[in-house]
Design a binder for this molecule. Structure first.
Ligand code: UD1
Length: 325
């Protein structure tokens, strides 16, 4: 099978390409890093690249949290317009399957349980609470700290930053494409992806890359809030296997969204400590600083992907972090 991989020269794209090769298929890489052309919105070029392909893996995107609103149109262009161009080219070339990179950030703060008022969508945290060092989201009715829950795919979407909003739009466009063409669209809501090749030293770098840079320079990792915020770090090789499995899984026509996480929840403080230990570096510092755009906990329930894709993550966090470092 021949598969077009947009963003195929990027961090996740390179791992996907290796996986496609290993499975005996052919990856056609479409990436501005290869020819310098700004081509993700160029429908004729996309159509030419698609000839002979059976499926698309659409990874090309502007990633990260967004530095400030001067990024707004850049995100909209690369992510919204880019996805629209890819889907139009797919329709015009009669491609039946598209797998797209979405993100856990589409859920915003996700959902959590109040001991008295049950499971509720988590409201944004008040600036006053954050400034006072009260980081746990609270029940809007009684003010009690909420207990985070694993987020299943049918949880209400609630994007809280520009990047997250473009990923919700990507899913909506893909669902419309699937209905109009009778094709299969699979949006993969990736968790925090890490592993060899992780981008670093950019304003858009994830926390694992930032901690690594600090440790390499002999500085302690600087942990925001109280370090008890939770995430799920999933290794890039596991993400690549899930992504290729989604192309081959024979999922039904129409849209499907799947959480892709390791299923192993850790706190950011724990990750910092483990990385410092592996590197034999200084103990992490809990700074109490916070970023307004940050959500407190993001933890997925990835059991649907396991069931539908016949996939299971294989790289344990300690081994993955050791490789990374
Ligand atoms: C990350 C990705 C996002 C992806 C999402 C999927 C980045 C920048 N963001 O979001 O694209 O869609 O996962 O789940 O890669 N922190 C520190 N110290 C630092 C930097 C961050 O303690 O120096 C903390 C943050 O406050 C946050 C946590 O680490 O609580 C994770 O932050 P980060 O890696 O920036 O991104 P996510 O919000 O998890």
């Amino acid at each position: 099978m021949r598969v077009l991989v947009t963003g195929g020269a990027g961090f996740i794209g390179r791992a996907v390409q290796r996986r496609i090769d290993a499975a005996g298929h052919e990856a056609v890489v479409f990436d501005r890093a290869l020819d310098g052309a700004d081509d993700i919105v160029d429908v004729p070029r996309l159509r030419a690249a698609l000839r002979g392909c059976e499926a698309i893996i659409h990874l090309a995107a502007k990633v990260g949290l967004g530095v400030d609103l001067s990024d707004l149109d850049g995100y909209a262009r690369d992510n919204d317009l880019g996805t629209a161009a890819v889907l139009r080219a797919a329709a015009e070339e009669s491609i039946g399957r598209v797998v797209l990179a979405s993100s856990m950030v589409v859920y915003g703060e996700g959902r959590a349980r109040c001991p008295d008022h049950g499971t509720i969508p988590v409201p944004p945290r008040a600036v006053g609470d954050l400034a006072a060092g009260r980081f746990e989201p609270r029940c809007p009715r009684c003010g009690t700290d909420l207990v985070p829950e694993l987020v299943p795919e049918d949880t209400r979407l609630d994007p809280r930053n520009v990047y997250a909003a473009t990923k919700v739009h990507l899913e909506q466009l893909a669902a419309i494409w699937a209905r109009e063409t009778g094709g299969t669209a699979v949006a993969l809501r990736y968790h925090n992806v890490y592993g060899p090749g992780l981008p670093h030293d950019t304003p858009y770098a994830g926390v694992a890359a930032i901690f690594r840079s600090a440790l390499v320079a002999g500085r302690p990792p600087a942990v925001f809030e109280d370090g008890r915020q939770r995430r799920d770090f999933v290794h890039v090789d596991d993400v690549a296997r899930a992504t290729v499995a989604a192309v081959r899984a024979g999922l039904p026509a129409g849209p499907t969204a799947l959480n892709i996480g390791s299923g192993h929840v850790v706190t950011i403080g724990e990750v910092a400590s483990r990385m410092a230990m592996i590197m034999n570096g200084p103990e992490p510092v809990i700074t109490g600083r916070y970023r307004l755009g940050d959500v407190r906990h993001i933890t997925a329930d990835s059991s649907t992907a396991r069931r539908l894709l016949g996939w299971a993550p294989a790289v344990p966090l300690d081994q993955g972090l050791a490789d990374l470092l």
